[in-house]
Write a protein that binds this ligand. Structure first.
Ligand SMILES: [Fe+2]
Ligand SMILES: [Fe+2]
Length: 124
């Protein structure tokens, strides 16, 4: 799975790691059976990914903190609601909603945020 690169390397590392964990979950969904371990691992990683960006934005007083956080919160809420749903619902969600969302999110607000972190030489 290919994702766009942004101008702040620590964010790329978080994104690449998340894609790996997501691929594990998607493979498990295709295989069938109990996917709760993979789902929990993925959900935990998404929360860490978002918290990482939000903490840095707060630390450096990034002007678009709020709209960026709102995009994250929406996805957290959706994933929360996906818990205990069936495989078909999850597959549909990831293919039709999460993956297009992630591509778009990285290409837009993450790209702007990363550009800012890069410009001010932010430290993790
Ligand atoms: Fe991100
Ligand atoms: Fe983000």
């Amino acid at each position: 799975m290919e994702i766009a690169k942004v101008a702040f390397e620590p964010m790329n590392e978080v994104h690449e790691n998340e894609v790996k964990i997501l691929e594990k979950l998607l493979n498990k969904l295709n295989e069938g059976g109990d996917f709760s371990k993979e789902f929990d691992e993925f959900f935990e990683d998404v929360k860490n990914h978002f918290a990482f960006e939000e903490n840095l934005m707060k630390k450096y007083d990034f002007f678009a903190y709020l709209p960026h956080k709102m995009e994250h919160d929406k996805i957290i809420q959706e994933l929360e609601e996906l818990k205990n749903k069936d495989i078909k619902t999850l597959k549909k969600y990831f293919n039709e909603r999460f993956l297009p969302w992630l591509d778009n999110h990285i290409l837009t607000i993450d790209t702007v945020t990363a550009g800012f972190f890069n410009m001010i030489n932010a430290k993790v």
